[in-house]
Design a protein around this ligand. Structure first.
Ligand code: NAD
Length: 687
């Protein structure tokens, strides 16, 4: 039974015990409804405390019921039943009261919470609006402005903020249950506040809703749920309680069936699966209590900052004392920037920095649990680093390389204890980007792989297992994107049109502006290396631009011109000239936004299918996570593989064939053709 009722004198204590997170399953909804009924009829009860067992209050809907037809009793009816109970209910919140959990608490007459509790309505993050009165009751309790922030942004608030805004009546320092029971005894016989449903939303100033629409709309871009949530809140303030409830329910049900909600659910489940990979179930990870980073450049500094953000002490090793100082300054720069942006207090930044020590003597690492190498992308340099690490580190210390393109098998040659070695590929800036590609070699032990996943969780990152190939998953796909972008130019599109189309598709930046920002030199260097290996990477325009020193923003010129060292791009006549010289003129065609997006994204899908077929990625959803968390692919589209399945894989195959006929993309490969025949990528993999 998920609900147990106990007595403390004339107070009933209703305890929900539905592990792991007290999710609102059908059985729990029924039990809560029944508890409200039975306690109403119980003459020995004056008030009711609603509390949860385990680590949290009701943390939300039951994910096993996601996307399925709702079964009665429906949550709005349960919340109403609690709200209309003859005795006052007091919600006692610890852990998280999220989504339906907070809506249940809003049905109670009072809410008390531990200081560490957090409360929120995160439904927009799943492409939804709250579905059980959240948008209707919250503004009645805390006012429209605070409700708009909480509901349209989806971020939870902590208990103190909740108390300051009137969402919580008391923040509890001692034992939650005893406090709540005393609180309940205290309110008995006193005049009670009205149920939230019977209150009105406090009036807002002229133009409030129009201004909110602008702000929320600008932030949401093409995501639909935030503006729909705002519409619900507006209805709640302008119409009757019942009309607003009906409007919210209608909006909830409509969004639940929307492609965006399906995409966001897909990503939610993909993240869960990637964070705790089934293939590593039951394998204990190694203890990581201290870490070191070799190399304090762009990546090393970011990785060190990420490790400190997670609370690990960090040792930075560089080539010499001057380089150590530079590396430490790089890390300090990251924390200073966080202070400037208001993300960190000056004290917190100082504490983070105090946990970093630096030196050029590898013997400092004799006791370190995890070492991540981020030195130059040069096999000989990396070999030398790992030879030293092999000699100085404990035999069970985990050793990792952050290489982007070198073969970890080669880097790992000669390491003492090769089972403890793996690739941990962070993305730049490493303290921000959530993706962590985990790249085992043939020798990597399962518990070392499990340690990689555990580290990602500790750092708040999403681990994706990648096999070894040039660029692993993310950069292998990036090469396709860049080649496609050039093909578009050579067939009549402009950099500005391609970038605008990709922004319209939902990416934060188009491929050309992204290259100008990051610099064209690194990719040029990689193409050089690829050509030395006998490969033929396609980048005729980029090659020419690099010959001309047009390396991007830092050079004042790249795919665009940048006047006076500024960052504002303007179309470049030089690039136009280069494209005219290189393009053969035969395949020029008209490109609109949709056809540009197809010509960039669908070849990515084709490559994704090849990556799956090669076994470089284990799951199609992993490729989606790589694009979302490493490259800004819009989450609400679910990633390229999900996007393609929504489009229909046969249709994708057809478009790719047409592009291939015009010489504008590679034809659909075996992986994609098999998936199209099977219906989706997972079925094709299972065959
Ligand atoms: P970087 O040039 O900014 O930094 C490299 C640092 O390593 C320098 O500070 C250098 O002094 C130090 N170093 C060199 N040899 C050393 C040695 N023997 N011992 C100690 N320190 C040494 O380079 P980066 O961009 O930070 O890249 C580092 C690694 O991360 C490379 O393998 C790169 O491929 C990979 N990577 C880079 C990115 C990126 O976007 N820059 C992303 C992912 C991975």
């Amino acid at each position: 039974m998920p609900v147990v009722i106990a007595r403390e004198g004339r107070i009933a204590v209703v305890t929900i015990d539905n592990p792991p997170v007290n999710a609102l399953s059908q059985a729990l909804r029924q039990d809560l409804f029944d508890a409200a009924e039975s306690l109403d009829g119980d003459g020995d009860v004056d008030a009711v405390v609603l509390i949860c067992a385990g680590r949290t209050f009701i943390a939300g809907a039951d994910v096993n019921e996601f996307g399925k037809p709702p079964q009665p009793p429906h949550l709005p009816d349960v919340v109403s039943r609690v709200e209309r109970a003859a005795k006052p209910w007091i919600a006692a919140v610890h852990g998280s009261a999220l989504g339906g959990g907070l809506e249940v608490a809003l049905g109670c007459r009072f809410r008390v919470a531990t200081a560490s509790a957090s409360l929120g309505l995160p439904e927009v993050k799943l492409g939804l609006v709250p579905g059980a009165g959240g948008t209707v009751r919250l503004p009645r309790l805390v006012g429209a402005a605070a409700a708009v922030e909480m509901v349209t942004g989806g971020a939870p608030v902590d208990a103190r903020k909740a108390a300051a805004m009137g969402l919580v009546d008391h923040v509890v320092d001692g034992d939650l249950r005893s406090f709540a029971v005393e609180f309940a005894q205290d309110v008995v016989g006193k005049p009670l506040p009205r149920p939230i449903a019977d209150r009105a939303v406090a009036a807002v100033g002229d133009g409030f809703w129009e201004a909110a629409e602008k702000t929320v709309g600008a932030k949401a871009k093409r995501e639909i749920a935030p503006l729909r949530a705002l519409a619900c809140l507006r209805k709640a303030s302008e119409a009757s309680f019942d009309a607003a409830m009906a409007f919210e329910r209608e909006t909830f049900l409509e969004l639940r069936g929307s492609p965006q909600a399906a995409a966001l659910r897909h990503v939610f489940f993909a993240e869960r699966a990637a964070s705790r990979p089934a293939e590593l179930a039951g394998i204990a990870s190694r203890d990581i209590r201290s870490a070191a980073v070799i190399g304090g450049g762009t990546m090393g500094a970011g990785i060190a900052a990420a490790l400190r953000d997670a609370g690990l002490p960090v040792i930075l090793i560089e080539r010499d004392t001057a380089a150590v100082e530079r590396g430490l300054a790089n890390i300090r720069g990251i924390f200073d920037a966080a202070v400037k942006r208001g993300r960190l207090t000056a004290e917190a930044a100082a504490a983070r920095m105090a946990g970093v020590s630096g030196g050029d003597d590898y013997r400092l690492l004799a006791d370190t649990d995890l070492v991540i190498e981020a030195v130059f992308e040069d096999l000989a340099v990396k070999h030398a680093v790992f030879a030293t690490l092999s000699a100085v580190c404990r035999p069970n210390a985990v050793l990792a390389t952050n290489t982007s393109y070198l073969d970890p098998e080669r880097i790992g040659e000669g390491i003492a204890g090769p089972e403890r070695f793996l690739g941990l590929h962070f993305f730049s800036p490493a303290q921000v980007m959530k993706l962590l590609e985990i790249v085992p070699t043939a020798a990597t032990a399962p518990d070392v792989l499990a340690t990689g996943s555990a580290l990602a969780r500790l750092l708040g990152k999403i681990p994706v297992r990648a096999g070894i190939c040039d660029g692993f998953i993310g950069n292998r796909i990036l090469k396709v994107t860049r080649a496609q972008a050039e093909r578009l130019l050579l067939s009549g599109a402009t950099p500005a049109a391609v970038d605008a189309a990709m922004r319209a598709f939902g990416l934060p930046m188009g491929p050309f502006e992204a290259q100008d920002l990051g610099g064209l030199d690194i990719a040029a260097f990689q193409r050089q290396a690829a050509r030395a290996r006998g490969e033929t990477p396609f980048a005729p325009v980029a090659d020419r631009l690099c010959e001309m020193g047009r390396f991007g923003q830092k050079a004042g010129a790249g795919w665009y011109d940048y006047a006076d060292g500024g960052r504002t791009p303007s179309p470049s006549p030089v690039v136009e000239q280069v494209v005219a010289e290189l393009g053969d003129g035969k395949t020029r065609r008209h490109w609109d936004e949709a056809s540009i997006a197809d010509a960039i994204i669908l070849p990515v899908v084709n490559e994704g299918a090849a990556i799956l077929r090669d076994g470089v990625a284990l799951r199609p959803a992993d490729i989606d996570l790589v694009k979302i968390h490493g490259y800004g692919f819009p989450r609400w589209r679910g990633g390229p593989m999900h996007h393609a399945e929504q489009r229909g894989l046969q249709a994708v195959v057809e478009i790719l064939r047409q592009l291939a006929d015009e010489g504008l993309a590679d034809p659909p490969g075996q992986g994609l053709l098999q998936a199209a025949a099977a219906g989706d990528f997972s079925s094709a993999l299972a065959q």
